[in-house]
Design a protein around this ligand. Structure first.
Ligand SMILES: *Cc1c(COP(=O)(O)O)cnc(C)c1O
Length: 475
C-alpha cells in the first residue's frame, strides 16, 4: 500500500507541473504549498492548498471566505480535479487498450455543471433511473452516449429511454428482456443492449457495496446457468441488438485481482456463448468501482495500475479463448468526482464525556452524507481554519440529525476547535449529496464549484423551507 501512496503522490506532482493555468503568483505559491505542507493532500482536491492566512484554500480560494458567501454546510467541488480524473481514465486506459470509452456513472453525483465538464472531456455517462436520464437530457448530454443501467427499470422508464434514442440499455433480468423487446417493438425501434452478468466474484469490499457475488440482486449469474439462458433469450428477440456483456463487481475496490479473475471468467463464458449461441461480443464492460483515498492510511492503486491490469486481462483472455478484442467501456463514478468534493460544516455544541469521548456537533450529518451510517464509511476530518494545527486529542464528529448513528467520523485527531470553526471532510464528492435526504425536514446544502479560473460558482442552491413545503398538501 505504501507503494500506491508513493505513485499517487508522484502523479499529482507531475500533474502540478503542467496543470498550473492560474497566472496569479499567489495561486501558484499555494499549489506548491499544497504538495509540500498541506496535511491530507492525498485525499483533498488536487488544487487544495494552505493560503497565506494558514487556512484551507481550493484553487486559491479561501474556504472560509467561500462559506461566508454561500453558507454552511456547503459542498465545494474542484473543477480541476474532475477534469484531471477524466483525463487520467481516458489517457491511461487508451494507452493500454485504445478501443476504450470512459462512461461516468452519474449516480455518484449528477449536476448540470459537472455533466458539462464530463461531456467536454469526451466521456459517456450512465443513468439508473428515468430521473437521472431526464437530468442528463436537460443538460443536453448527447443521448447516444448514455447507457441505462438498473435492476428494475419500469416500462415507463424503458419507453422514455428508447423513445429519445438512448445509446445503450444494459439488461439486468429476464423480465426486462421481454419488456424491452416489447417496448422497442411498439416504438418501431431496435434497441442496442448489453447483458449484465454476475460473475460470482467477491471483490472484498463492504457486504452492502458488493454487486457481483452469487447472492446479489444484480445481473444474470453465470454459475447458475441464468446467464446462458439470458444470452439465448436476448439473441432471439427481434427488437434487441445484443452488443455485448457487462459486469460490475462493487465499490470501492482497492484490489486489482478481482477484475482480473472476473474478466477471465466472463471471457471464457463469452467464448462458449459464441460457439453455442453465435454471440458476437463486440462490446465488453468490467464496470467501475475504482477506489479513491478516503483515509490517508489507505490509498488506492493508481488509475494506470487499474488500466494496465484490466487491459492486459482482457487482451490475454481474448487471445486464450479465441475472441476478437471487443470495444471496452469503463464505468467510473466515485473515482471521477469523489476526490473533487469537500464537505464543509460549522462546529456547534461540543460535549466532553471525561474518559469516554468528545462529541463535536456540526450543522449537517447523515442527511447530506449517509455513508458512515449506511456502510461504516470512514473519513478524515480537518479544521479548515487551521489545517496544520497541533492535534490536541480526538473528537467524534456528530451530525445534527435525531439518530445516535448520525456520526460522520469517529475519534479523529483535531486541533482544539470551538463553536463557529469550520471542519472539512475531504473525499466527499461521490455518493454524499446524491443520497441526501430531508430527514428531520432539514434543508439540503448548497453546492459550489471552484473553476480552473478560481471563480466560485453556485451549482445547486441551498434548499429553503418553501422547497420543503412545496410537495406537502395542506387542506
Ligand atoms: C454504480 C455503478 C458504477 C460506478 O461505480 P463506482 O464505484 O462509482 O465507480 C458502474 N457501473 C454500474 C453498473 C454501477 O451500478
Amino acid at each position: 500500500m505504501v507503494v500506491f501512496g508513493v505513485s499517487l503522490t508522484l502523479q499529482v506532482g507531475e500533474l502540478k507541473m503542467d496543470y498550473i493555468t492560474c497566472r496569479e503568483p499567489r495561486c501558484r505559491q499555494a499549489k506548491t504549498l499544497a504538495m509540500n505542507d498541506l496535511p491530507l493532500a492525498d485525499v483533498l482536491p488536487i488544487s487544495a492548498s494552505l493560503n497565506s492566512d494558514g487556512r484551507l484554500a481550493i484553487q486559491g480560494r479561501d474556504v472560509r471566505g467561500i462559506v461566508e458567501e454561500f453558507g454552511s454546510p456547503l459542498y465545494i467541488y474542484d473543477e480541476a480535479t474532475i477534469r484531471w480524473m477524466c483525463r487520467e481514465f481516458v489517457e491511461n486506459f487508451r494507452q493500454f487498450y485504445p478501443e476504450t470509452d470512459i462512461e461516468y456513472s452519474t449516480k455518484a453525483f449528477s449536476n448540470p455543471a459537472v455533466l458539462k465538464v464530463i461531456e467536454d472531456e469526451g466521456l459517456h455517462i450512465d443513468v439508473v433511473t428515468g430521473g437521472e436520464l431526464a437530468f442528463a437530457l436537460a443538460a443536453d448530454f448527447p443521448v447516444e452516449k448514455i447507457n441505462f443501467h438498473g435492476n428494475n427499470k419500469t416500462r415507463q422508464e424503458l419507453m422514455e429511454a428508447v423513445d429519445v434514442g438512448i445509446g445503450r440499455i444494459t439488461i439486468d433480468s429476464f423480465h426486462e428482456i421481454e419488456l424491452l423487446n416489447e417496448v422497442a417493438g411498439a416504438l418501431g425501434k431496435t434497441q442496442a443492449v448489453n447483458l449484465r452478468l454476475s460473475p460470482s466474484i467477491d471483490p472484498h469490499t463492504h457486504r452492502l457495496t458488493s454487486t457481483g457475488i452469487l447472492d446479489s440482486k444484480f445481473g444474470f449469474s453465470i454459475e447458475t446457468g441464468d446467464a446462458e439462458k439470458a444470452v439465448d433469450a436476448a439473441l432471439s428477440q427481434p427488437n434487441l441488438d445484443v452488443k455485448g456483456l457487462h459486469f460490475h463487481l462493487g465499490s470501492p475496490l482497492f484490489e486489482l485481482e478481482p477484475y482480473d479473475e472476473a474478466i477471465e471468467y466472463v471471457c471464457a463464458f463469452a467464448a462458449r456463448m459464441k460457439y453455442v449461441h453465435g454471440l458476437d461480443m463486440q462490446e465488453f464492460s468490467p464496470g467501475g468501482g475504482m477506489a479513491i483515498g478516503y483515509l490517508r492510511s489507505k490509498l488506492p492503486p493508481s488509475i494506470e495500475e487499474y488500466a494496465e491490469t484490466i487491459a492486459n486481462s482482457l487482451r490475454s483472455a481474448c487471445r486464450k479463448y479465441g475472441l476478437d478484442e471487443p470495444r471496452m467501456t469503463i464505468e467510473p463514478g466515485r473515482s471521477i468526482v469523489g476526490r473533487a468534493g469537500v464537505a464543509v460544516y460549522t462546529v456547534g455544541g461540543i460535549k466532553r464525556i471525561p474518559g469516554v469521548r468528545t462529541y463535536v456537533s456540526v450543522d449537517g450529518g447523515m442527511g447530506d452524507n449517509i455513508r458512515p451510517a449506511l456502510y461504516e464509511a470512514e473519513y478524515e476530518v480537518m479544521s479548515a481554519d487551521d489545517p496544520c494545527g497541533e492535534f490536541k486529542g480526538t473528537a467524534t464528529i456528530a451530525g445534527k440529525f435525531c439518530e445516535s448513528g448520525d456520526v460522520l467520523a469517529k475519534d479523529v485527531k483535531l486541533p482544539d476547535v470551538k463553536p463557529g470553526d469550520l471542519l472539512a471532510l475531504p473525499a466527499s464528492g461521490a455518493y454524499c449529496v446524491p443520497m441526501a435526504s430531508n430527514y428531520n425536514l432539514q434543508t439540503r446544502p448548497a453546492i459550489v464549484m471552484v473553476t480552473e479560473q478560481s471563480d466560485v460558482r453556485l451549482i445547486r442552491r441551498r434548499e429553503t423551507y418553501a422547497d420543503l413545503l412545496s410537495t406537502a398538501i395542506y387542506e
